[in-house]
Design a protein around this ligand. Structure first.
Ligand SMILES: Nc1ncnc2c1ncn2[C@@H]1O[C@H](COP(=O)(O)OP(=O)(O)O)[C@@H](O)[C@H]1O
Ligand SMILES: [Mg+2]
Length: 265
C-alpha cells in the first residue's frame, strides 16, 4: 500500500485547485479508499465540483461560522480577542458530525481562517487549527484539502503531516509567481513533497512553458477542456462530465504514488 494519504492543493485563485481536488477525491474513492475532502478555501466551491446535490450542500455549514460550537469547545465567543479560551479544544467528533457524504466522498467545509501577520488569537482560529491538526495527524482516511493560495495557516507540525502539496499552475506568469512564493513559505514550514500540476494546458507549448518555469517538479498536466467548464456551468460533478480529466488526474495520482515510494524527500 502507499504512503500517500494527505494531499493539500494550493495555487493562485482560479487556476483549478477545486477542480483538481474533486478529481483526486473521486479517484481515491473509486479505489475503495475512505476519502475526506476538506474545503479550506473561503471561496468554497468544492461541493459543486464534487456534484453534491444542493439539498445536501445546504446542510454544510463552514465550521468557522458555527458560533455555538466554537463557544462550546473553546469557551469564548467567535470574534472575541484577548480573553481566555482553550487552545486545545475537543475536535475529534467534528469531522463525522459536521460533514456530508455523497458518492463515497465525505466533505467538510472549514470556512474562513483569519490570518494576518499578527496571527489572530481568536477562538475560531484555535478551533480550526486544532481541527486541521486532528484531520492530518489522527484520522486514517485519504485527505484531500482544497486550500487558498498560501500555506500560512498550516503550522509546522501539520505541514509535516502533509504527504504531498500540489501547487496548481496554469500557462501564465502570474500563477507561476504564486507558485514561487508558495515554495518559499513551504520551505520555512518544512513541507516535504511539493509539486506543480499544470492545468488548462492547450498544447505542448503550454506544457513546455510550465515545465521550464516551474519552481517545483511537475507531476502532470490537465488539459484545457470544455467539458470541465461545462460541468461548472451545469453544476454537475467534474468527474462525471470530464472523463479525459479523470484519466489525466489518474496519471497524476500514479506519479505521486511513485514519488511517495521513492527514497529520500
Ligand atoms: N482543465 C480545465 N479546462 C477548462 N476549464 C477549467 C479547467 N480547470 C478549471 N477550469 C475552470 O476554471 C475555473 C476555476 O476553476 P477552479 O477549480 O474553481 O479554480 P480554483 O479553485 O483554483 O479557484 C472554473 O470555471 C473551472 O471550471
Ligand atoms: Mg476553488
Amino acid at each position: 500500500m502507499t504512503a500517500l494519504q494527505k494531499i493539500a492543493i494550493t495555487g493562485k485563485g482560479g487556476v483549478g485547485k477545486t477542480t483538481l481536488s474533486a478529481l483526486l477525491a473521486y479517484i481515491y474513492a473509486r479505489q475503495g479508499r475512505n476519502v475526506i475532502a476538506i474545503d479550506a478555501d473561503p471561496a468554497g466551491g468544492l461541493a459543486g465540483a464534487l456534484g453534491f446535490p444542493p439539498e445536501l450542500a445546504e446542510n454544510l455549514t463552514p465550521i468557522s461560522e458555527m458560533e455555538d460550537l466554537i463557544y462550546e469547545r473553546t469557551g469564548a465567543k467567535p470574534g472575541s480577542f484577548g480573553g481566555f479560551f482553550s487552545l486545545t479544544p475537543r475536535v475529534d467528533d467534528i469531522p463525522d458530525r459536521f460533514s456530508v457524504t455523497h458518492n463515497g466522498i465525505r466533505l467538510l467545509k472549514l470556512g474562513t481562517l483569519e490570518k494576518g501577520g499578527t496571527g489572530c488569537l481568536c477562538p475560531e482560529n484555535a478551533l480550526l487549527k486544532a481541527l486541521v491538526t486532528h484531520l492530518l495527524l489522527y484520522r486514517d482516511e485519504v485527505l484531500i484539502m482544497d486550500m487558498e493560495a498560501g500555506v500560512e495557516h498550516l503550522g509546522r507540525a501539520t505541514a509535516q503531516a502533509v504527504d504531498a502539496m500540489l501547487v496548481v499552475v496554469e500557462p501564465g506568469k502570474r500563477s507561476v509567481e504564486v507558485a514561487e512564493r508558495i515554495r518559499e513559505l513551504a520551505g520555512d514550514l518544512g513541507l516535504k513533497r511539493l509539486y506543480v500540476v499544470g492545468n488548462k494546458v492547450r498544447s505542448d507549448a503550454d506544457r513546455t512553458f510550465i515545465a521550464e518555469r516551474s519552481p517545483l517538479p511537475v507531476v502532470g498536466y490537465l488539459s484545457a477542456s470544455s467539458a470541465v467548464i461545462e460541468a461548472d456551468l451545469r453544476g454537475i460533478a467534474v468527474y462525471e462530465a470530464a472523463p479525459q480529466a479523470v484519466e489525466e488526474a489518474h496519471a497524476i495520482v500514479r506519479r505521486l504514488e511513485q514519488e511517495a515510494e521513492a527514497p529520500g524527500g
